[in-house]
Design a protein around this ligand. Structure first.
Ligand code: IYR
Length: 225
């Protein structure tokens, strides 16, 4: 009667010296990732993109429903359509929708409504979340879809960086135009738009840094009697 039929865990223990080295190396590798807004149009082999998406698809998810779809766009005409629609929304946002406090927070990042990278980068990965799924014509709810798809996007960005490529988490708002241009069904909501490719030859990035560990880590919490 039970549907729970577990199998043995496959888990390779490594010694602590190696654990320390790998923890440090992984940090150093992740810490040199930068969000890139200027891309080269140099092609990237398609198999690399497929493996990157396999990595994203290995993320944990609510009740293992894997409520995500990754649409890979390399067609210049579709990229152009996406750019024009994104720029129209972004222009409206920057000019009218975003409050001054938000624009002030973006100032040091140097962003504006121009989104040339949407046409220059060889690939756009458009991530969709499935709020519900349809089984035999019946709608069934998925769980923790924001958390699940957010975690999968974290895996995706780390995999892109690990493969020697650059990326950007672009959030045009609102972004329903992506569902229309990419002809996705109504149970899928656009979540993130990620250009992927090599950085442009003379790409620049904002001079910003990360909070030190002391600021983000709360340690030594004592239980009160
Ligand atoms: N979505 C806009 C604005 C923007 C918002 C945040 I929060 C950023 O960190 C950067 C930009 C855009 O992509 O330009």
């Amino acid at each position: 009667m039970t549907k729970y039929q577990p199998v043995p865990l496959e888990f390779t223990r490594i010694d602590q010296g190696q654990q320390r080295r790998r923890a440090r190396e992984f940090f150093e590798q992740c810490n040199c990732r930068r969000t890139v807004r200027e891309y080269s149009d140099q092609a990237v082999p398609r198999e690399i993109i497929d493996d990157i998406i396999r990595t994203a698809g290995s993320a944990p998810s609510g009740a293992n429903k894997q409520p995500w779809k990754f649409v890979v766009v390399d067609d210049p005409e579709i990229k152009r359509k996406i750019r024009l629609a994104a720029e129209a929304e972004e222009r409206e946002s920057y000019d009218h929708r975003m409050p001054d406090s938000w624009l002030a927070d973006l100032e040091e990042l140097g962003t504006d409504w121009h989104k040339e990278f949407l046409e220059v980068a060889p690939y756009l990965i458009v991530v969709f979340k499935e709020k519900y799924r349809v089984e035999l014509g019946i709608q069934k709810k998925n769980y923790y879809t924001d958390e699940s798809v957010g975690i999968a996007c974290g895996f995706l960005l780390a995999a892109i960086h690990n493969a020697g490529l650059a990326s950007l988490t672009h959030t045009p708002s609102p972004m329903n135009f992506l569902r229309e241009i990419l002809q996705r069904p109504s149970n899928e909501t656009p979540f993130l738009l990620i250009p992927v490719g090599y950085p442009a030859e003379k790409a620049v990035v904002p001079d910003i840094d990360r909070k030190p560990l002391e600021e983000i880590l709360i340690r030594n919490i004592q239980s009160t009697p």
